[in-house]
Design a protein around this ligand. Sequence first.
Ligand code: SF4
Length: 208
Amino acid sequence: MVNEIQVKSILNKQKKRDDWFLCDYTLNPYSGCSFNCIYCYIRGSKYGENMAKGLSVKVNASELLEKQLSRRAKKEEYGIIALSSTTEPYMPIEEKLKLTRRLLETILKYKFPVEVATKSKLVLRDLDLLKAIDKNAILPDDLKPKLKHGTIISFSISTLDETLAKILEPGAPKPMERLETMKKCKEEGFFTGVCFIPVLPFLSDSEE
Ligand code: SF4
């Protein structure tokens, strides 16, 4: 049984746009992560060493996002929302709870662009919403000439070696499954690709 928590805020505005992911906002439907990657930067912080154990669902996330996004939309403060920065939006628990899906419905309603960062094929379930966001989202003025998409779907991969992946990412889907999911997203016309992070010295790098 997953823990349930109430939060005070769900949409976090970055002090400055992230240069790598182009996001102005971050949105985390869950706290902790059942994929439990040993390199995860949130390990050892408030989430503890085992992030699967402390996994919690933010039960008031939808209601809060509705309020926060409607305010931002009124002021036309459009910007890419990273879903997510400190958790995986498509963990197995999401299949039942459909919280990420509800958040995407709100993002679509207010026409915000989104950058989904995932390791899971469950993202395929929401391609209908992601397509509608891709078409209807309003990009910040400076990104309009450079980016023709309202949706970015990125797949994080640190190695294609399955034995190594089992050690590094014990709860995550296999890397090849992520590549197959990425291929399907590409075939559906999405702007998608691999985030090759982290690059691990002597494990997933090479001389080059
Ligand atoms: S999937 Fe992402 S958030 Fe989850 S443990 Fe791995 S790196 Fe951290």
